[in-house]
Each structure stands twice: as C-alpha cells, then as structure tokens.
Design a protein. Structure first.
Length: 270
C-alpha cells in the first residue's frame, strides 16, 4: 500500500533518473509504502498539479523548465530566493506551510568536499544558467575569492550571475569562449552537453578538481586529460545523486548513503 508519494516534474521528463535514485533509496532505507514517479509538467501546469495532490503527497523534485516557476509556491528558502531557482517542493501539513528549497547547491558542493576539496581561492565556471548560480553559492561556501566565468555571451552571463555574485561577495571575471589562461583550484562546467575537447584539456591543465555537469552524452571531454594529469574528475551523476540525497532527507527524514545510488545510476547510464 502506498501512503507516501513523491515525484519529479518537468518537460521533457522521460529521461529523468530521479525515480531510479529515490526508489532505490526507499529500498535501501527499508521505507515501505513510499513511491516516487515522474510526470510531464510544463510551466503553466505546475500550479494545477500541486493543487491536485492529495494528503499522501510529501514532496516534489522540479527540473527544467520549472525551477523559476516553483518560487511562486510555498515559503521560499533564503537560498532559493537568492539564486532565483528552486528544485524542491515540500507539501505542508496542518501545522506547517509548504516549503520551496534549492538542493542544486549541494549537488555541486558535496561531491567536491567528498573528493577532498575543503576550500578554494580561485574557481573557473563554464556556463551561466541557473545551475551556474548554484555553483556560485557552492564556491562561496568553499571560500572562493575569485571566479572566472567562461561564457559565449559575456552580457548574458553578467545578467544571469552578476547580482547573485555580488550578494555572495564573489568578484566575477567574465571571459569569452575559450581558454581563460587561469590557474584555478576547481573548474565547474555546467553545460548540459559535452565541452569542446581542446578547451577541456586546457582547463584540466590548470586545476586540481573538475566537476562536469553533463552526463548521458558519452564520455566527458575532461576524462582523458584528467586521467593523464591525475586531476579529480566528478560528473553530472555525482551532482544528481548529491542533490537527491538532500531531497531524500528533506522528504523522508532519513539519510541514504551515496554508494548504492551511484551504483544504480551508473549502471543505467552506462
């Protein structure tokens, strides 16, 4: 019998690995009566979906194009408000209102910390969308003092990142597409597709840690250069599992180890 329901919403959604992650976690944690599904929901349908959920509903994961729209529902956390992006909706109870959270920051920060990066001074950020704003918050938590942004359009990058960076106290150095020629402690690429091989090799040559957000598009362009130089490489699956583990804690109150979740998604993605 299902008495606790959760789901991921977005469009398109068929490719989502979130049901695999959350349902695997329920089995690992021995949570019977919990179910996690995926629903195709466009931005203009989000309110109706939430309103139609019954008392068995606990939480929702929201991916594109819903991360901005979700801010219009529930009590928005300080982090989600700052980043103008949310990915988690927690249904209210008779005693507490519904809440809106952002766990994408944890998706960037936790894998880096687990890999050994406790602090950093200079970071390179490739890309400038909503996930890039989450990366800025992760950089701030690591103590970064300078962020070099590599973007195709400097104006759009500043429009997306400038206000958030200012409020986080992070100076931005926005550079055009190509090798920024900067030595950094960490490189985070938030592009949803594979990076140009030459740029990836140049970035790896000047850092110790790389997190490449893309997955499902073959081997990361960072993989070969990182292996050759002994650079720590994390990928989009590490990010996906890390942010989901925080969602799981918010929704169920339980901590799930990362290893069985990573094993499940790497088997599916591979």
């Amino acid at each position: 019998m299902t008495n606790h329901r959760c789901a991921v919403l977005g469009s398109p959604i068929a490719h989502s690995l979130s049901p695999l992650i959350h349902n695997t976690a329920y089995r690992v944690l021995g949570l019977t009566g919990w179910r996690y599904d995926a629903f195709e929901v466009a931005e203009d349908g989000l309110g109706a979906f939430i309103a139609g959920c019954g008392p068995e509903w606990v939480g929702l994961s929201c991916t594109m194009p819903l991360k901005r729209a979700l801010l219009d529902f529930g009590v928005v956390s300080e982090r989600a408000a700052l980043l103008r992006s949310a990915n988690t909706f927690l249904f209210g109870t008779p005693d507490e209102p519904s809440r809106v959270e952002n766990t994408d920051v944890d998706g960037v920060l936790d894998p880096l910390r687990t890999a050994g990066l406790e602090s950093a001074r200079t970071a390179v950020l490739v890309g400038a969308g909503a996930t890039a704003r989450s990366a800025l918050a992760a950089f701030a938590a690591l103590g970064v003092e300078r962020v070099v942004v590599v973007a195709r359009d400097a104006g759009r990058a500043l429009a997306s990142l400038g206000d958030v960076a200012g409020r986080l106290g992070l100076p931005l150095d926005v550079r055009g597409w190509g090798d920024p020629g900067v030595r950094s402690d960490v490189v985070v690429s938030v592009l949803p597709v594979a990076l140009d091989a030459d740029l990836a090799a140049a970035l790896v040559a000047n850092t110790g840690y790389v997190l490449d957000a893309q997955y499902g598009h073959g081997t990361s362009a960072f993989a070969g250069p990182a292996a050759d130089r002994g650079v720590v490489l994390l990928d989009g699956l590490d990010m996906l599992v890390a942010q989901a583990r925080v969602q799981l804690r918010l929704m169920t109150g339980h901590e799930c180890p990362a290893e069985p979740l990573l094993d499940a998604v790497r088997r599916r993605d591979g």
